[in-house]
Design a protein around this ligand. Structure first.
Ligand code: ZN
Length: 256
């Protein structure tokens, strides 16, 4: 298993020196946050430091599930641009959110939209030698709208229906209330990346996990070889906090 860092975790003002520190600490790769205004600089810094590169595709204005054709077209165009840019940097994977239905009544139509658009984006990703990964998200607990994919069954259905690989966010899963070992077991070979953080199972706090035992045991069960990507709260931690954390250092030093 490889240890990576999501660059959402380091905020938007890091310099080349910070990237050298990330590399020296033992991270082998970084996941660029496309919505960072400095994302282009970070791609360059990652390349200069010989860090492997993944990408978190933009999502705030990029609703994969939208019923609006103009929004759909713009969403596909922007994601295509990012996938092509990622390919220029030799990027390996791109994580995408499934978006949201405008109301819970529209769930089925939204899922159908997402399925079609994932197939289209998978094609573009493959043409650029990038693996597209669909992430699990936190449900709208009031059920006013519907977030895709916010149940494990819905997520697995979309993954199978589109033959796309999964990015498992451990913090989102905790808020969803599902078992980590059972979900990892269910995903099996479809699991291609892990977004790693902890919380109180109520809010998506992106805290540094203290204990890696449950995650690592479940990943070993399925012979997982992919990245474990720390995705930590940049409004709580500095890069120094992350790199000096005992539990982060413990994972970085583990031969797994
Ligand atoms: Zn995400």
């Amino acid at each position: 298993m490889e240890k990576w860092l999501s660059l959402w975790s380091i905020g938007q003002e890091a310099d080349l020196k910070a990237f050298r520190q990330i590399k020296d600490a033992g991270f082998v790769g970084v996941e660029i946050w496309a919505e960072h205004v400095c994302a282009d600089d970070y791609l360059e810094f990652a390349r200069q430091c010989d860090l492997r590169i993944g990408l978190h595709l933009p999502f705030h204005d990029m609703n994969l599930a939208t019923p609006d054709d103009s929004v759909r077209d713009r969403m596909l165009e922007v994601n295509q641009q990012w996938l092509e840019k990622l390919a220029e940097y030799g990027g390996e994977h791109a994580v995408i959110h499934g978006g949201q239905a405008w109301s819970s009544e529209e769930r089925e139509a939204a899922l159908e939209n997402v399925r079609h658009r994932l197939l289209k984006l998978r094609e573009i990703a493959e043409a650029n030698h990038v693996t597209l990964l669909l992430e699990n998200l936190i449900p709208d607990k009031l059920n006013y709208g519907h977030i895709v994919a916010s149940t494990v069954a819905e997520w697995c259905g979309l993954l199978k229906g589109t033959d796309i690989q999964a990015c498992l966010d451990t913090g989102h899963l905790a808020v969803m209330g599902d078992s980590l070992p059972e979900t990892i077991n269910l995903l099996g070979e479809r699991l291609a990346s892990v977004h790693y953080s902890a919380n109180d199972a109520v809010a998506d706090l992106h805290l540094i996990p203290e204990n890696h035992a449950e995650l690592l045991a479940a990943l070993r069960e399925i012979d997982y070889q992919g990245p474990i990507v720390y995705e930590l709260n940049p409004y709580k931690y500095s890069l120094k906090d992350i790199l000096e954390s005992t539990s982060v250092q413990e994972l970085l030093q583990m031969e797994i």
